[in-house]
Design a protein around this ligand. Structure first.
Ligand code: ADP
Length: 396
């Protein structure tokens, strides 16, 4: 069975085609600069990478371009679009109602449209991407997979904010959590590696955007991102958690509007804001190594906050079986992993530095020190595969 996974953004449409008989992606790519001056990249294992400029004024033209590439005699991997059994669509936000992956019908789409305000950057383009795919492939099932749905079993005390309750009732202001598909995937892998279904697992998704999630028995019980993906640990350009009065104080002092201060906290903070160097962890680490004190401070703040959240989740779960590192920084930045795990041996977390420093990239690795009470794993995330799997399950 072939499943197409689509992740539509405002000016991009990423895709992966999975062969679910072999559980592998047989083609992947990205249509970028939709509506501007389109560029498409297309990769298939065993074939030369393909990149060209293309004319796609909208998502519909982009998906038509993708289907053209997938069925192309030279570049393609399938003989006909009819080989695609179903399409899985990534949605960052499923609101309070879409609590699990689901086949998208008119009711689900209307609900997603009604909550677009909760997710103005990703919601509308994802809906438009879905509609384009549905138009071009009307006879197969289209499944929505929501980053937020992994958190739909959190207890009220984990998701209701201590603000007037009417604000939750009226505006649905609450902790939703994000990156759920990634956390779900790596937590399930970790449970498999532990050989323990009811494991207590802390997953650290550390990338450009970062979040940490606590999972017990396959269900998320808490997560660091909140009402928006702005909460939690500092990120490339996002501040993460702050004293809630800080934005108001900046507004008053600098005479900024709400939108302007949002930009400061979203686009000019985090690693970039503190270091003044870059939002990219590699650049910041390089600057720190060559003596840039603010770059070094930015990394220390990140480590400090990751540790704090790990500690709090261990308290919430009354223990932990495994800590998992994933995403760009988590999978690749050996120093970051070492620094986060440093001085946590009292909690049972200790890594083998040699293994951490030499382990192969792109595979699941156990980097725990011999005899450590808690396992520490590096597990490459694969949100797209998770989406394909949910789509397959809902299509059977
Ligand atoms: P996104 O959230 O956009 O998906 P990624 O998961 O790709 O982001 O993570 C991007 C981050 O990963 C960047 O800060 C980058 O510096 C970091 N990163 C990627 N590769 C490496 C590497 N080899 N060493 C250290 N950091 C890396």
């Amino acid at each position: 069975m072939k499943i197409l996974v689509v992740n539509a953004g405002s000016s991009s449409l990423k895709y992966q085609l999975f062969d679910m008989d072999t559980n592998t992606a047989i083609a992947k790519g990205n249509c970028e600069r939709i509506g501007i001056d389109g560029v498409v990249t297309h990769k298939c294992p065993g074939k030369e990478d393909y990149k060209t400029s293309a004319d796609f004024p909208d998502h519909r033209a982009a998906i038509e371009c993708v289907l053209g590439l997938l069925t192309d005699e030279k570049l393609g991997v399938i003989g006909s679009v009819k080989e695609i059994a179903a399409v899985g669509h990534r949605f960052a936000h499923g609101g309070e109602k879409l609590r699990a992956s689901t086949v998208l019908g008119p009711d689900e789409v209307a609900y997603l449209e009604s909550i677009a305000e909760l997710n103005p950057l990703h919601g509308p383009p994802a809906i438009s991407g879905f509609k384009a795919c549905k138009e071009v492939m009307p006879d197969i099932k289209h499944v929505g997979v929501f980053d937020t749905s992994y958190y739909s079993n959190m207890k009220e005390e984990a998701y209701v904010y201590p603000i007037p309750y009417e604000l939750y009732e009226e505006y649905k202001i609450r902790r939703y959590g994000f990156h759920g598909t990634s956390h779900r995937y790596v937590a399930a892998k970790a449970a498999e590696m532990l050989g323990k279904k009811d494991a207590k697992i802390i997953t650290c998704h550390l990338g450009n955007g970062s979040s940490i999630t606590a999972t017990v028995n396959g269900k998320a019980i808490d997560t660091s991102m909140g009402f928006t993906p702005q909460d939690g640990v500092p990120m490339g350009t996002r501040s993460g958690a702050l004293d809630p009065t800080v934005p108001m104080y900046i507004m008053k002092k600098k005479g900024l509007t709400a939108e302007e201060v949002e930009k400061v906290l979203n686009n000019q903070s985090g690693l970039l804001g503190v270091s003044g160097v870059s939002s990219d962890c590699r650049d910041v680490a390089k600057a720190a190594a060559s003596g840039n004190a603010r770059a070094a401070l930015a990394l220390k703040i990140l480590v400090h906050n990751i540790k704090k959240i790990i500690g709090s989740y261990i308290a919430e779960m009354n223990g932990v079986d495994a800590v998992v590192f994933t995403a760009g920084i988590g999978e690749n930045d050996r120093a970051m992993r070492e620094n986060v795990c440093e001085g946590m041996d009292w909690l049972g977390i200790a890594i083998d530095k040699e293994i951490n420093n030499t382990c192969e990239r792109g595979v699941d690795v156990d980097i725990s020190a011999k005899g450590a009470k808690v396992k520490t794993f590096v597990i490459p995330t694969n949100e797209e595969y998770m989406i394909a799997l949910d789509t397959q399950n809902l299509t059977k």
